[in-house]
Design a protein around this ligand. Structure first.
Ligand code: FES
Length: 233
């Protein structure tokens, strides 16, 4: 009887090939995946903002009259968190690089308005005509309660809004698609789905100046919109 041919691959050979193949596969697969995921693993991209969270000065609140808003430019330092820190430093975009993001911030005093946005009485504190510094805690509270602190970015698609006078009446007008808001930033007409974005973290200080952090109302007053920021800041 012919001798049975011996199986050319033994069990130990098979295990050896499997382990070896696994090692080769891991060596080829892990580096590209690690490269792709490195920024995500290294920093919590969704949990952080790249804009510094310190308070930044806006300006003296006494410069805002009762019947029209005033725009101030505020520079927020940028703390770049995306990508490798070493590369950020090499590119000059890392922390402390001096890179800033300028926000145009509209300030106005809370004002009574009707449903068409026509302005009535303004709640600008009368003492501001004579007292611009050395504010008392009561004066600070009154000012903080009555200030509208609004983003310049239209709540539709982010175009910069402007304050215009039409037949003697003022309104925020968005030049892109005609969105209109009243002096409080309240929605009046056009495609925007909501009021203007408001800064929600702010302080009036004893020196009569306003300070804000780079935080909007998008995630609180309008939870259905999610934790978004204005399209253009
Ligand atoms: S971006 Fe302002 S109305 Fe469309």
């Amino acid at each position: 009887m012919a001798e049975l041919q011996k199986d050319p691959i033994t069990r130990s050979d098979f295990i050896g090939f499997t382990v070896f193949g696994g090692l080769i596969g891991a060596a080829l697969t892990i580096p590209p995946i690690a490269f792709l995921l490195h920024p995500v693993i290294d920093v919590d991209v969704l949990g952080e903002t790249d804009v510094d969270q310190e308070y930044q000065e806006v300006g003296p609140i006494s410069e805002v009259p009762a019947d029209e808003p005033v725009v101030f430019n505020v520079d927020f330092p940028i703390r770049q968190i995306y990508g490798d820190e070493e590369i950020q430093d090499l590119s000059g975009q890392g922390e402390g690089s001096g890179t800033t993001l300028t926000n145009a911030v509209w300030l106005s005093w809370r004002t009574e308005t009707d449903e068409d946005g026509h302005a009535g009485e303004s709640f600008r504190p009368e003492w501001l005509d004579e007292t611009t510094e050395g504010l008392t805690p009561e004066q600070i509270s009154e000012a903080e309660e009555n200030l509208n602190i609004l983003s310049n970015s239209c709540a539709h698609l982010g175009c910069p809004v402007r304050w215009v006078l039409i037949e003697g009446e003022g309104e925020f007008l968005c030049p892109c698609h005609g969105g209109i808001y009243d002096i409080n930033g309240g929605y009046v007409a056009g495609p925007p789905p909501r009021d203007m974005y408001r800064y929600v973290d702010y302080e009036v200080r004893e020196n009569g100046r306003l300070y804000i952090r780079h935080e909007y109302d998008a995630g609180s007053e309008y939870p259905e919109n999610g934790p978004q920021q204005p399209y253009v800041v």
